[in-house]
Design a binder for this molecule. Structure first.
Ligand code: SF4
Length: 419
């Protein structure tokens, strides 16, 4: 093995893979049952680099050669960059060696499209198959599904991978047409649908026959690039909602566009990556999945974009003051979940604790409620409460003046308006 060449390939192909953020390894419970290597049943943890990107898996492309020319992608064929391709056995060897040294807990393998989608998908599957069948590898494997790959290959991929993902990349049909005219939305939808149906089918069969193998046990995910085509947050979240509902996505990831090209259809090189927007989209995603909000409530024709100053739940509450104050000692769980500064863990603690006593500010604080936000929206067992004759703008100003967010410096000019 030529170590210098492998090292060079690793540099090129790990760097090219860093733009893909859909690599969370949660949700798998593959066990080490055959005295093989690794165990993805628990303890799989993923760390994040400073800018929030996941780094715990060996995250590489099989190749950065690509027949397509998607304007937003560093791997596009017209980009003048160094190209490289791993052999199947090289990826297998790297994964096993890194795993044995405890550097990684699994593999995240994606690829540029060389020759055609099926040929590329076959090679990705070959890596996973060798790892599972020849190396007895039970660690986590996340394979990228190549848009346009055949149903047969998507079926096979799910037999070896824990998670599969097809990146939708651009949230709107018009944006995709503009920046990646070779791709069609159907090319993404077809493999997603196949994976969804196979997951359901295998689960049903397992109920009848315990020996049925698992198919993509960590489900499927997708990623959307935000900030490349001028799409609104409403466009992004409606699109995400569509994927959750119709394809049973485990996760939708939002990746702020990193300018990689001097193309006048895109933000110019040097434009700041919209990290705060990315963060707000994740918060909105959370509200849709776990807090009972609908997209329409948070984003609509009147409010097509999220408030960058405050989190989406607080922003919604400030626009809907008629629902507050909420009595924490009486309200339903679904109503408690809508109070700004009250997470689901606190909601459950409140529900439990109020069976035994009436809750006051001290109780709520001990339960982890963020009172700097929640106190304007709550009634509890106390003679002291916040003034409720304040208008929403004033409440927002007061909250901002006492809060510290990691993105706050970017918005210091806006915050000063409230002081
Ligand atoms: S097909 Fe994928 S790898 Fe190729 S240019 Fe488009 S986004 Fe990049």
């Amino acid at each position: 093995m030529d170590f210098n060449r492998i090292k060079e390939k690793l540099n090129i192909l790990a760097d090219a893979a860093k733009y893909d953020v859909s690599c969370s390894s949660s949700g798998s419970n593959r066990k080490n049952t055959n005295k093989g290597l690794g165990n993805a049943s628990n303890g799989i943890c993923h760390s994040y680099s400073e800018d929030g990107r996941c780094i715990s898996l060996l995250k590489i492309l099989l190749t950065n050669h690509c027949i397509y020319d998607c304007a937003y992608c560093v791997t596009r064929k017209s980009n003048d960059i160094k190209r490289a391709a791993f052999k199947i056995q090289e990826v297998v060897d790297l994964t096993i060696k890194f795993y044995r040294r405890n550097y990684i807990e699994g593999l995240f393998l994606s690829s540029g499209i060389f020759k055609d989608p099926d040929y590329t998908m076959e090679r990705l599957i070959a890596v996973a198959k060798k790892l599972r069948l020849e190396e007895n590898f039970n660690g986590y494997i996340h394979l990228k599904s190549i848009p346009g790959a055949s149903d047969e290959l998507m079926y096979e991929a799910g037999l070896y991978a824990d998670r599969l993902s097809v990146n939708i990349e651009i949230p709107t049909v018009s944006g995709l047409k503009l920046l990646a005219p070779d791709k069609k939305h159907e090319d993404f939808a077809k493999p997603m649908l196949k994976v969804k149906n196979e997951i359901i089918r295998f689960k049903e069969e397992r109920k009848l026959l315990k020996s049925t193998p698992k198919y993509a046990p960590a489900g499927q995910s997708t990623q959307m690039i935000v900030g490349a085509t001028g799409e609104s947050d409403k466009d992004v979240m409606y699109s995400a909602n569509h994927f959750y509902k119709n394809f049973h996505m485990k996760r939708v990831y939002y990746s702020g566009y990193v300018p990689v090209s001097n193309d006048n259809r895109l933000p110019s090189i040097g434009t700041q990556v919209p990290m705060l927007r990315e963060n707000r989209l994740y918060q909105t995603d959370w509200l849709l999945r776990f807090y009972g909000f609908s997209v329409q409530e948070l984003l609509n024709a009147e409010y097509p974009n999220l408030d960058m100053d405050v989190d989406p739940k607080l922003s919604w509450a400030l626009r809907n003051m008629q629902h507050f104050p909420v009595d924490v000692n009486k309200a339903d769980i679904s109503v408690l979940a809508r109070i700004p500064g009250v997470g689901m863990t606190s909601v459950h603690k409140i529900m439990k604790a109020r069976k035994f006593r009436k809750l006051d500010w001290d109780h709520l604080k001990k339960m982890g409620v963020a009172l700097n936000r929640a106190k304007y929206f709550i009634l509890c067992d106390s003679r002291h409460w916040e003034r409720r004759d304040l208008d929403p703008q004033r409440i927002k100003g007061l909250i901002l003046s006492t809060s510290y967010g990691k993105f706050r410096p970017q918005y210091s000019n806006q915050l000063s308006l409230f002081n």
